[in-house]
Write a protein that binds this ligand. Structure first.
Ligand SMILES: *Cc1c(COP(=O)(O)O)cnc(C)c1O
Length: 345
């Protein structure tokens, strides 16, 4: 898809938008007496709006880490903000539709409902395989977005890179690949392809591998022509001053060994669960959690709650019947889980 074709997917009212310009957008310097933003002049550490300079620094820190041009990334208040912006930028309420795999992350359908956009689900195939032809077949002229979460939540598997590229090449709209769990995956990230394919948007987050869920920071990687529209549509100061300062500091921490530990623990817990007589299947995982099919899963869930072990019950998710989703914790927490499960039979 060409850049011109991508631009034609944008809602006409968004293309015509004259963005709100903040005081800090207009004057970008760092020194002076600020009488431009109606702030309270008494210093308390927070009396000023968040610094655009600091935001630019965080942006370039992330750009360096991910080896992309800073103009090709957008920082959102969690990836959930980026997901909502995608709907508001591309989808005309009551007219357009989006397509998604199922089962998958719940925010895509919630955002579709909030924005009054038809949500077309295509069930994953055998062993949660990607239904490439069915996804392409579900598209029509009003299909603006295709959501593929890879590694997928809650099925835990990553889809083959080549299949994702086929979707990007053949889908007539924007393909959104949600890589919230990519740091735990054996498949490579698609971020390096955003230059080549202007209809590809990759979402990542600081909430999982980076261990910063409490900060609320998500990232959208895309061609500049899309990022510039994100910047026009977002709220003026979407990321707070504290979040920016903490992100700048905490992004320096090397997460490699934590990620390695979580992956090793994932395989250890999976092996232990496979030994249990009432476990039917532990699905292969490219994420920091396991999807486990068991006999009487709801009872097992209640049994764990009674022992103060909280997991996610996915029993009623179509395609995930009789499953629990278990996040990998610290080694001693995983030991407790395994011990309680062994004590059960
Ligand atoms: C956890 C998760 C996110 C993260 O959302 P944030 O708003 O960045 O915390 C995004 N996508 C998927 C699929 C997730 O599981």
């Amino acid at each position: 898809m060409t850049i011109e074709q991508v631009q034609q997917l944008i809602r006409p009212n968004i293309l015509a938008l004259k963005p709100y310009s903040t005081a800090r957008d207009e004057y970008k310097g760092n020194i002076g007496i600020y009488l431009d933003a109606n702030e309270n002049p008494f210093e308390n550490g927070y009396n000023r709006y968040p610094s655009t300079t600091l935001k630019a620094q965080v942006r370039s820190t992330i750009a360096q880490k991910k080896d992309v041009n800073p103009a090709r990334l957008f920082l959102g208040n969690g990836s959930d903000e980026a997901i909502d912006l995608l709907f508001r930028i591309f989808c005309r309420p009551g007219v357009d539709n989006v397509i998604s795999i199922a089962p998958t992350y719940g925010m895509y359908s919630v955002c579709a409902a909030i924005n009054d956009i038809e949500y077309r689900e295509v069930m994953l195939g055998q062993e949660f395989s990607l239904p490439v032809d069915e996804l392409l077949g579900a598209a029509d002229a009003q299909s603006k977005l295709l959501f593929v979460c890879s590694p997928n939540n809650p099925t835990a598997n990553a889809f083959p890179y080549e299949q994702l590229i086929t979707l990007v090449k053949q889908f007539p709209g924007i393909v959104v690949v949600d890589e919230a769990y990519i740091d735990f995956s054996s498949e490579p990230s698609m971020v390096e392809l955003i230059d080549e394919y202007p209809n590809l948007i990759v979402l990542q987050t600081l909430s999982k591998a980076y261990g910063l869920a409490g900060l609320r920071m998500g990232i959208a990687f895309a061609h500049e022509c899309i990022i510039s529209v994100f910047e026009q549509v977002k709220y003026p100061y979407n990321i707070g001053a504290d979040t920016l300062a903490l992100a700048q500091r905490l992004l320096d921490v090397d997460i490699t060994s934590q990620v390695q530990t979580i992956i090793a623990e994932r395989e250890r817990v999976a092996a232990a669960l496979r030994e249990l007589p009432y476990v039917i299947k532990v699905y292969p995982s490219d994420a920091n959690f396991l999807l486990v099919k068991t006999e009487r899963s709801r009872e097992l869930y209640e049994y764990l709650i009674a022992r103060e072990l909280i997991v996610r019950d996915r029993t009623h998710t179509p395609g995930c019947e009789s499953t629990l989703r278990i996040t990998i914790g610290m080694p001693e927490e995983n030991d407790r889980l395994i011990a309680e499960l062994r004590a059960r039979d």
